[in-house]
Design a binder for this molecule. Structure first.
Ligand SMILES: Nc1ncnc2c1ncn2[C@@H]1O[C@H](COP(=O)(O)OP(=O)(O)OP(=O)(O)O)[C@@H](O)[C@H]1O
Ligand SMILES: [Mg+2]
Length: 391
């Protein structure tokens, strides 16, 4: 292990007085995770059998983790070898009415790229009558970052959870590298790097130990691990934290580590759920650069609330609201569609503001941003969300 060559730092302590760093050592065995392929016949089979019933809950389908399989799955060759169900970039488009995607608010699909992820009419209804995701159709292409942009509760995490096999869709199908999510999750996980919305880290493993653990879980040989871990630590500017226990990391640093776990060992499909949430501006920008550098040869799905992040990072931006896909295309395409549409240009916006606050004055205009000065005496018209502005 590369870390053994490093000199030990003076130990720091956390709030409870326990040490925050540990002298580098061989990573200890960690509990089996659901991410990554199972290692070995016994462990894998136990995990799969236990999967459907992991967290039973009568009223909440999203708390049941894993996808159900028939009882006789172990002897099936497809379970062990698997094979892509679709030929990438071909077939299904001919049968499947992709016309749904070709409406006014959906940019034409790139023809020269391979779709690493295909989502076809996927719906998730955790509670009867309330769909978290409704009839989602989306293709994500290799070499591109596709950003899923949406408000709280739009259905972004639910979409990612279905694609990573956390729970099955109620209806519809999705393919990752040609493998169907409800049939071939074992195969899919071999090429999957996931950064979940809420960090899932081992409190008592150091930063470097996490990276070693996941690199080996993804199948990287022990010989190549030290170099890969060092490369990732450097890319994430986490070199000085390599021997810090994850429980002592700040929120932003934990996020960075989760991104490193997703990226390490060259995962071909990356799913990053709000990867930069809680990061300072400098770290966010560094992560943007890192993702841009790593996107070639990979299919990247990234969710965010931030329009600037979507604008800067997304080769294609898909906007979700209330579980439904509203539009999808490059930033330029979306700006052309929505920028000045529907009478929402600067003049119309000024009219709207003055309609509610007649004495408002336009202070400045920079690009697509308008600043208004609103007089204090009109506070009652805009301060309270419940206040009804009168013409
Ligand atoms: N555990 C759950 N049980 C039942 N319904 C859920 C559960 N988690 C989410 N939902 C429902 O699914 C909808 C979509 O939630 P989801 O977490 O996918 O949104 P999101 O876009 O990721 O939001 P955020 O930006 O806040 O992370 C929510 O409105 C909620 O009603
Ligand atoms: Mg979410």
């Amino acid at each position: 292990m590369a870390g053994q060559e490093r000199g030990s730092e003076p130990p720091r302590v956390d709030e409870g007085g326990a040490a925050c760093t540990r002298a580098p050592q061989r990573p200890r065995a960690a509990p089996p995770l659901q991410q990554g392929p199972g290692r070995g016949l016994f462990a894998d089979s136990v995990w799969r059998v236990g999967e459907p019933a992991a967290i039973p809950h009568k009223h909440n389908e999203l708390t049941r983790v894993g996808c159900l399989r028939p009882v006789c799955f172990p002897p099936q060759p497809s379970y062990w070898c698997g094979h892509p169900r679709t030929v990438l970039g071909k077939e299904e488009e001919d049968d499947d009415p992709e016309k749904v995607l070709r409406t006014e608010y959906f940019e034409a699909e790139p023809e020269d790229l391979v779709a690493g992820i295909k989502i076809k009419h996927v719906t998730k209804v955790p509670h009867p009558g309330k769909a978290a995701v409704r009839d989602l159709n989306l293709n994500l292409y290799e070499g591109q970052i596709t950003v899923l942009l949406g408000h709280n509760g739009a259905g972004k995490t639910t979409t990612l959870s279905m694609l990573t096999g956390l729970f099955p869709p109620t209806s519809g199908r999705a393919y990752v590298n040609g493998y169907e999510i409800s049939q071939d999750m074992v195969q899919i996980r071999k090429s999957l790097g996931l950064c979940p919305q809420h960090d899932i880290l081992f409190d008592n493993l150091t930063v470097a130990e996490h990276l070693y653990f996941y690199a080996q879980l993804k199948g990287l040989s022990r010989l190549k691990c030290p170099e890969e871990v060092q490369r990732m630590l450097h890319a994430l500017s986490l070199e000085d934290k390599r021997d810090s226990l994850s429980r002592c990391l700040s929120g932003g640093l934990r996020r960075k580590l989760s991104i490193g776990i997703a990226l390490i060992a060259g995962s071909k499909v990356l799913m990053l759920d709000e990867p930069t949430s809680g990061m300072d501006a400098v770290s966010r920008r560094a992560i943007w650069d890192l993702l841009q550098q790593h996107k070639s040869q990979r299919t990247v799905l990234l969710t965010t609330h931030f329009m600037d992040e979507a604008d800067l990072l997304g080769d294609r931006v898909a906007i979700m609201a209330k579980g439904e896909l509203q539009c999808c295309g490059s930033s330029l395409f979306l700006k052309q569609k929505y920028g000045e549409r529907g009478g929402r240009g600067p003049a119309a916006i000024s009219r709207l503001v003055r309609h509610h606050v007649p004495s408002a004055t336009l202070e400045s205009r920079a690009g697509a941003e308008l600043s208004f000065i609103l007089p204090k005496e009109s506070t009652h018209r805009y301060a309270s969300p419940g206040a009804q502005a009168r013409p």
